[in-house]
Design a protein around this ligand. Structure first.
Ligand code: C2E
Ligand code: MG
Ligand code: MG
Length: 316
């Protein structure tokens, strides 16, 4: 139909006699090797190794457990503040998922979000996070925003805009207080359907922030293709401030770029006063990091906001 289609190939290999003597065993082990290629980024080949079987089993156990996590009430949302660097007050909080596994204890999103994405469970989980976070934020002062991360996989759901609309309506949260954080994967390549979805979200009045900017492709063309309301500078640059001489110019350049485009920048991962000084000097509008506060349970947020206000008043 005149459209180009990119395909890639992943190959898993099993060899007799070590990996099996029966066709069934060889195929099963080749499949395990193929699975290892796919989880490692696809478009490659691997020979079967016995350790892969244990990994595949662990992964499939995690998958099984994750299916029950939401109904069982084992997922939780914690909230981490972002600070406005002009007023020094809390400008918003970011909702971050946690999984309290009944046997394994706390599991961080870096481990289970990819599994949720591969299995499609992220749609249901993401919707729950959105509803939970909006309902919580509706109890906070009106000047405080809520940021929610959206997975690129959620953009494949046709109902995503409606999900956002419903979360706003059910919570009574003003659309202007909701910030959706997306990564470049959503806008990578000329992706017309995703662009339309983002525009529909903006039309609702919500803010769209570009997360983890500076890693990956960070193409300037998609800053033009879609008008983001905020750019979050990836924490790897902020963390290296002071120790790595290249990071300061990079942070400054992204902040300058944001300023000339009229898009405020926020620095993630600020842990030390020295990093804060450099981030301020670079001209970032907001900052987030352990220096200001770690993610906390919903119940602790109001006290955190009040405490920060007291600090600000005191400082002024
Ligand atoms: P992100 O959206 O870039 O979130 C920031 C991550 O950096 C969080 O990790 C946060 O705890 C951590 N962080 C913030 N300040 C500091 C600091 O000063 N030092 C250090 N070392 N780390 C800091 P977390 O909670 O483990 O989340 C990791 C990633 O998982 C998030 O990165 C986001 O991409 C994803 N994620 C979390 N919750 C959700 C969710 O509800 N939906 C989706 N789709 N993804 C989520
Ligand atoms: Mg984020
Ligand atoms: Mg980030």
């Amino acid at each position: 139909g005149g459209h180009g289609v990119d395909i890639d190939t992943s190959i898993g290999i099993a060899v007799a006699p070590d990996d099996g003597l029966e066709a069934e065993d060889l195929l099963k082990n080749a499949d395990i090797a193929l699975y290892a290629v796919k989880t490692g980024g696809r478009g490659n080949w691997r020979f079967f190794a016995p350790a892969m079987e244990a990994q595949a089993q662990a992964r499939s156990a995690l998958e099984q457990d994750l299916r029950h996590a939401l109904p069982a009430g084992d997922l939780d949302v914690v909230y981490q503040p972002t600070i406005d660097l002009d007023s020094n007050e809390i400008s918003g909080l970011e909702a971050l998922l946690r999984w309290n596994h009944p046997r394994r204890g706390l599991i961080m999103p870096a481990e289970f979000i990819p599994v949720a994405e591969d299995t499609g469970l992220i749609s249901e989980i993401g919707e729950w996070v959105l509803n939970t976070a909006c309902a919580e934020a509706a109890k906070w002062p009106a000047s405080v925003r809520i940021a929610v991360n959206l997975s690129p996989v959620q953009f494949k759901d046709h109902g995503l805009v409606d999900t956002v609309k419903t979360a706003l309506a059910a919570s009574g949260l003003a659309a202007g207080r909701l910030e959706l954080e997306i990564t470049e994967t959503v806008v990578l390549q000329e992706n017309e359907p995703n662009r339309v979805t983002l525009q529909e979200m903006r039309a609702l009045g919500v803010t769209i922030a570009l997360d983890d900017f500076g890693i990956g492709y960070s193409s300037l063309s998609y800053l033009r293709a879609f008008p983001f309301s905020k750019i979050k500078i990836d924490q790897s640059f902020v963390r290296a401030l002071g120790e790595n001489s290249e990071s300061a110019p990079i942070v400054r350049t992204i902040a300058d770029l944001g300023r000339s485009l009229g898009v405020p920048t926020i620095a993630e991962g600020v842990e030390t006063p020295a990093q804060l000084r450099l981030v301020r000097a670079a001209g970032c509008k907001e900052a987030q990091g352990f220096l200001f506060g770690r993610p906390v349970p919903a119940a602790d947020v109001p006290a955190m906001i009040a405490r920060r206000k007291a600090v600000t008043v005191h400082a002024a």
